[in-house]
Design a protein around this ligand. Structure first.
Ligand code: HEM
Length: 214
């Protein structure tokens, strides 16, 4: 499998660019009067589109660890970093849409919105938590931090997932179906991790030699 990894990574990289290429194409059509376009509210379409892809990439990143164990595909771990970085990339695009279309780069309005609207606060928490993960995604950072500390920090992706779901639940006005579907995915993935952790702990304590009498 190792000899194909580079090609799989390249294919995945191109696939990860498809959503942003699609949005750029629709934007081009909109500005040139072509079809299909971004619809009646193009700015809203871009904000929603980038938000949806951010949460999709967070979910995909979270799926990698259970998928590689359950499917017996250890090489999948090599895709996690790329998916995580793309989650951050789409998150930054989404944040830029809000800053540009909603706030017109007025920093005081931005601060007020983060404090006033709780769904914006939750979104900011989710995005801010991805920053240290993106910054420490290099092999150099893993070596510098040590595997254990790096892994502990990177468990923050679960908190990001929870904050992202809360952001989505709080922003929808009526139909909770989509955010609750994401909530169910996070719950299952988190439940799997807790189950694995408990299983390893009980296996470790069963293997520990019993204390000698006297
Ligand atoms: C990891 C971070 C984030 C994720 C996963 C995320 C995800 C989403 C999703 C899924 C939507 C709804 C899309 C739809 O309805 O089709 C959305 C909408 C939105 N998000 Fe985020 N978001 C994040 C961060 C942020 C941040 C940092 C801000 C602003 C500071 C923000 C502002 C908004 C706004 C203004 C909307 C549209 C709300 C509306 O139409 O009423 N998001 N986001």
């Amino acid at each position: 499998m190792n000899k194909y990894i580079r090609w799989i990574k390249l294919g995945l990289f191109v696939l990860c660019l498809v959503p942003v290429a699609g949005l750029a194409w629709l934007y081009y059509n909109t500005t040139h009067g072509l079809e299909p376009d971004l619809g009646a509210n193009p700015l809203e379409y871009l904000t929603h589109g980038t938000g949806t892809w951010t949460i999709n990439f967070i979910m995909l990143t979270l799926c990698i660890t259970p998928a590689r164990k359950l499917l017996g595909m250890p090489w999948l771990i090599q895709m996690r970093k790329m998916l995580g970085l793309f989650a951050f990339f789409y998150g930054c695009l989404h944040f830029t849409c809000w800053l540009w279309f909603d706030k017109q780069f007025i920093w005081s309005d931005m601060g007020a919105d983060i404090l006033k609207r709780k769904f914006v606060t939750a979104g900011m928490v989710a995005l801010a938590l991805m920053l240290p993960l993106a910054l420490t995604s290099t092999t150099w950072a893993i070596r510098k931090m040590g595997g254990k500390r790096w892994q502990a920090l990177h468990r923050l992706i679960y908190v990001t997932g929870i904050a992202a779901v809360i952001h989505y639940i709080w922003l929808v006005k009526a139909d909770l179906k989509a955010p609750l579907q994401y909530a169910a995915i996070v719950a299952v993935l988190l439940g799997y991790r807790v189950f694995e952790w408990a299983r390893k702990r009980s296996a470790a304590s069963a293997n520990r030699p019993a204390p000698q009498a006297g």
